[in-house]
Write a protein that binds this ligand. Sequence first.
Ligand code: F3S
Length: 643
Amino acid sequence: MKKNIIQKILESHLISGSMQEGEEIVVSVNKTLSHDLSSIIVAQILEAVNADKIQVEKSVFFCDHNVLCTVSDNADDHHYLKTAAERFGIYFSKPGNGICHTLMCERFASPWDVISGGDSHTPTSGAVGALAIGTGGLSVAKAALGKGFRFKVPKVLGVKLTGSLNPGVAAKDVALELLRRISVKGGLGKVIEYFGDGVSNLSITERMTITNMSIETGATSGVFICDEVTREFLKAQGREEEYKPLVPDDGAQYDELVEINMSELKPLAACPSSPDKVVPAEELGDVKVGSVFIGSCTNSSYLDLARAAAVLEGKHVHKDIDCVIAAGSRQIFEQLIEDGIIDILVKAGCRVLECACGPCIGIGQVPRTNGVTVRTSNRNFPGRSGSLAADVYLVSPETAAATAISGKITTAIELVSGEKLEKVSKEPISHIDDSYIIAPLPDEERRQIVPVKGPNVSDLPIPEIPAGDLNTKIIIRLGDNITTDDIIPGGAEIVRFIANVPAFAEYTFCYEDPDFVKRAKEFGSSIIVGGENYGQGSSREQAAILPLYLGVRAVIAKSFARIHKENLVNWGILPLTFIDDEAYEIIERDDEICLKDLEKGIQEGIIEAVLPSKDVTIRLKLDVTQEDKNILLAGGELNRLAQ
Ligand code: F3S
């Protein structure tokens, strides 16, 4: 059989199961990553199960989200993570070293890896030929303990790239074009394989932008073939020996195929408030903008900032615009300083932030009320910028820089010559700085370390083991595409409580329904009702943990986003779907509901729900694997790991 690269990687890591589409398999994981918001859970779980040491080649804790430390809670969390990393043999990347996905590609990821990561944009490492999958902290902890990663054999969506990008058009426009064509749902249940003649025209950092935004299509991951460009990137990072070719067999089959001729693309923009509301940027010329952010794990490479500088050189940021920039890693930042790029950007009026996520997750640079902001990041859901009353447009660094100059959405080619933009070198940076990475200690020293928990680190909630009937109430009825940001928003004020479940839980659905927490406490136990694609967006596990803490026992939705469904199962919350979607119309907030005989229902995958006030019975489906059922029957994965 002719194989594509996804099949090749999966087969090389297969532990159990059969490689038939839709079948559940377990694959070995050789690297894991998590950041300060997800590492907390990984560390808490490693402690809770009395682990001695991680059992994979490399695990890394990065600190990139909550690095401002405006309150001592954050610094306490970082210290806990550093000491837990030292205890369990994990690399620790200090705050300020950069964004996890940028650093993972630069310093850790290799072709043919399978990486489990506690962040939805983990697939960024697919740029160097790793099958990198975003998941919850619980799954990362399991993988780090050598238990592999369990998932269904995905469909493979082949994206054939041909041609090359014209000046002023960027890799971001390739990612946006794919979203324009297949939407935020087009990748569900699939892994994207990027191949074709055009791939060799893309640098690794351009490929990172594309794999990074693969997740926005709903895909499980995105992986590029490996070629000489991959080898050169690894060589520049002192890791050439990790290079291994990775190409599909001639005649390899794909479940679906999309072809993008990059030569035909124009600069694009995703309009508020979804990454797939994509239009040509030139059609938005009348949109007046208040702020611009060039950075995030999508667009913070040397090339991104050097191209932005090529646009801004000799010009100045518009008087009505705040323009901030942030490099993806210290080593990129240092190279930008050496090459005079930062000098150009600062003289052009840009403000320089540290190498971290920052505005991407609403930690700093929250737009003004009803403001319009143009960003190079990957998501523009309501509230993602830290304000519900802001419109976020997603564009490339070139378009962002041109917009910063003109004050309204503008493409680079309207302001500078193509020759100038093309002069920016695509060569990978060879600057290496590992001074902010703390490597694991020898075993004798490691075992002496006791992780230091600050007062902001609480215990994790333990789910109830399902038994008998569940008599409870509907606490909320939501529409389609509810994101994990809707369930628990980002922003510095909120995520400071990331390790403190009771305090963090107070913000559950705080924008969507300010009385949610009050009702949850009154109800004791409850059920959430949602529409299509419930739990899309960030892999934020707290979107399962906090409802669990507040008594939520099940979510009934028309469909679920993959990572969130996995998180619900891991945390013992039943992810149920309607057998007949019309039942969604019957259920109302505050309805009493009885889920009959939970153990039998979980085993059989069908649960009957009685709504006594409406005198109706509806049938619900538990569409999960047998292993998921075992986890749910045990009261969640933490209960099982502890046993
Ligand atoms: Fe950070 Fe935003 Fe990426 S929060 S990991 S820069 S999606």
